[in-house]
Design a protein around this ligand. Structure first.
Ligand code: ADP
Length: 136
């Protein structure tokens, strides 16, 4: 099946994270590795002056704790990686750097503006150099 799977988790929708993490575990080769990834979105520079200095650090700590809890609750081994920047760009960069052979991403609830895929999933599917599973 797959030897290195990237599971990008938006910590504001953790239930989706649990679902795609479990799916990853079911598709992983013996001896393979799962990377649980959260991308902290950067504050635009024109707003940065109003943002408390420790905001990014707090966001990173919160994400680390939530991913560690998700991993503990699920009982599946995984490496936790935090990056910052635009989510799609960083998910793609992580997959490249880790030489992943699969990205599992959650799709969002369809609505009028974006019928099948949200913007992050859409960009990842278009640009990934490895297979992408979009979980519905
Ligand atoms: P929507 O935000 O409308 O639900 P997206 O396509 O933006 O749809 O997001 C779908 C999936 O992309 C998420 O469930 C998650 O797997 C991944 N994702 C989005 N934002 C992030 C983020 N900041 N860090 C990690 N993964 C993310």
């Amino acid at each position: 099946m797959f030897r290195k799977i990237i599971v990008p988790v938006d910590i504001s929708t953790l239930d989706k994270g649990v679902d795609i993490f479990r799916k990853a575990a079911s598709l992983l080769d013996e001896g393979g590795k799962i990377v649980l990834l959260h991308v902290i979105e950067e504050v635009p520079s024109y707003l940065a002056i109003d943002v408390p200095a420790d905001l990014i650090e707090n966001a990173a700590n919160e994400a680390q704790d939530k991913l560690a809890k998700l991993r503990g609750d699920t009982g599946v081994d995984a490496e936790i990686e935090l990056r910052s920047g635009p989510p799609a760009r960083e998910i793609l960069a992580c997959a490249r750097e880790q030489d992943a052979d699969l990205i599992i991403i959650a799709s969002h609830r369809p609505d009028f503006s974006n019928y099948l895929l949200g913007s992050t999933a859409d960009r990842v599917v278009r640009h990934a150099g490895c297979s992408v599973l979009v979980r519905r």
